[in-house]
Design a protein around this ligand. Structure first.
Ligand SMILES: Cc1cc2nc3c(=O)[nH]c(=O)nc-3n(C[C@H](O)[C@H](O)[C@H](O)COP(=O)(O)OP(=O)(O)OC[C@H]3O[C@@H](n4cnc5c(N)ncnc54)[C@H](O)[C@@H]3O)c2cc1C
Length: 392
């Protein structure tokens, strides 16, 4: 039977590999360029016993329990409500911005009228996008929206994305709406979890199947070739019927229409041997500081800290993605603008020419998928792959 090749061992590639191997009893080869599995969710215990997420902090937040149930097949998860603070005007302010942060930012006395207005205006709504406050037809509410936008969103967004907020897809700006209550959870999702032994362990168990072969440190591109005239795909010179690709789509086509824009991160670590707590919260956002956006104190995310010595803080410096650079060569976040979406569509039109080429995941689909969406999407996408393989 023909080989099934999967490029990338992140959530998208690994979930599809497991389902094909287990439910269809077919052999799968996963090619992974990095030295490890788990994609951007990769974590490892460092020399101080701290579980560090090497590509930035990841939290599982979802309203669909099936995501949690699916992952629990591969390891233990524990409930963890993500909490953040934002450092604004030399104070730690509640994030998400909520009714407490109104009082922190404009003072208790001035906030009385505003809080009453917010309650009335957004009655029955849990969270409201900041831009809706900015555009609201009441001066007190819109002034507060503008204050938040100027003090936090404009600066953070420009630093994070390297462009002005006006240029960025609205969906991205709506990701951290204001809570219309005193809810301190960063996101208001019903099920908030972290894996007890880390994400990598879950992936190890998911990929542990006799039908799955994982090849690490293996860049797929030199091993693959695609033939436009016949729509055929070759792996190591042999024709393959099914290629599931979870890497960046522009790379697969030799960037013939140009480079799709991504933001990358340079993450710097500071270790503190003399204390176990450095920051007042697990993550702090710094909208007003030059250069970096967030700091994460990893041991605050661990369920069991018995073997931890000291504490480590990771600081994220966003920068332009450049595949040739020494720093900034990992495509972290797709920069979704009108222009980049048009460029993506060009590549997508080419994909249709190839029978058996499936694109799945954050990079391949050039979408800002969170893990929960990515997991649900891969589970649903499996049905398409299955349908195709069964008709061969
Ligand atoms: C800093 C950061 C923080 C995040 N925080 C959260 C969070 O808190 N909650 C949440 O739900 N989501 C979060 N996410 C999103 C989450 O990381 C993604 O949803 C998820 O990892 C996407 O999985 P994927 O398999 O689609 O892609 P990836 O995890 O990127 O996996 C793709 C894999 O393909 C490999 N690959 C690419 N090209 C090739 C090639 N040519 N040959 C071989 N291998 C190749 C890559 O090395 C990579 O391992 C965060 C993302 C980032 C960047």
């Amino acid at each position: 039977m023909n080989k099934i090749i999967i490029v990338g061992a992140g959530f998208s590639g690994s979930i599809l590999a497991r389902k094909i191997a287990q439910e269809l009893n077919r052999k799968v080869i996963i090619l992974e360029r990095r030295f490890h599995i788990a994609g951007n969710a990769y974590d490892e215990i460092d020399e101080h016993g701290i579980l560090v997420q090497k590509y930035g902090p990841h939290f599982l937040n979802t309203n669909h329990y099936n995501v949690i149930r699916f992952l629990m097949q591969y390891g233990k998860l524990y409930q963890h409500n993500t909490k953040l603070l934002s450092y604004i005007d030399d104070e730690y302010i509640q994030l998400p911005f909520n009714f407490l942060s109104v009082q922190q930012l404009i003072g208790a006395e001035r906030s009385e009228t505003l809080l009453a207005k917010l309650r009335k205006a957004f009655y029955g709504r849990d969270r409201v996008p900041i831009l809706e406050l900015v555009d609201y037809d009441d001066k007190d509410i819109s002034d507060y929206g503008i204050l938040l936008f100027e003090k936090a969103y404009r600066t953070y967004t420009s630093k994070m994305w390297g462009i002005q907020p006006e240029q960025i897809d609205k969906y991205v700006l709506e990701r951290v709406p204001m809570a219309m209550n005193y809810d301190e959870r960063y996101l208001n999702k019903d099920f908030q979890y972290l894996p007890t032994d880390g994400f990598t362990k879950l992936f190890e168990n998911m990929l542990n199947h006799p039908n799955i072969e994982v090849r690490l440190n293996t860049d797929a591109l030199p091993l693959l070739s695609i033939e436009e005239e016949t729509g055929s795909i070759f792996f190591e010179g042999e024709k393959v019927d099914c290629l599931i690709y979870t890497g960046a789509i522009d790379e697969l086509f030799g960037r013939k229409y140009g480079l799709l824009p991504y933001r990358s991160l340079d993450i710097k670590y500071e270790y503190y041997s003399d204390r176990t707590s450095v920051l007042p919260s697990e993550i702090i956002s710094y909208p007003q500081v030059d250069g970096y956006t967030r700091k994460t104190e990893y041991h605050k995310l661990m369920k069991d800290t018995t073997n931890v010595v000291g504490s480590i803080v990771a600081t994220e410096y966003p920068l332009q993605y450049n595949p040739e650079a020494e720093i900034g060569n990992v495509p972290y976040y797709p920069v979704m603008t009108e222009e980049s979406n048009k460029l993506y569509q060009k590549y997508l039109n080419d994909v249709k020419k190839y029978k058996g080429l499936f694109l799945c995941g954050r990079l391949a689909e050039f979408k800002y998928y969170n893990m929960d969406i990515c997991i649900e999407h891969a589970i649903a996408y499996f049905e398409q792959v299955k349908d195709y393989l069964e008709k061969l």
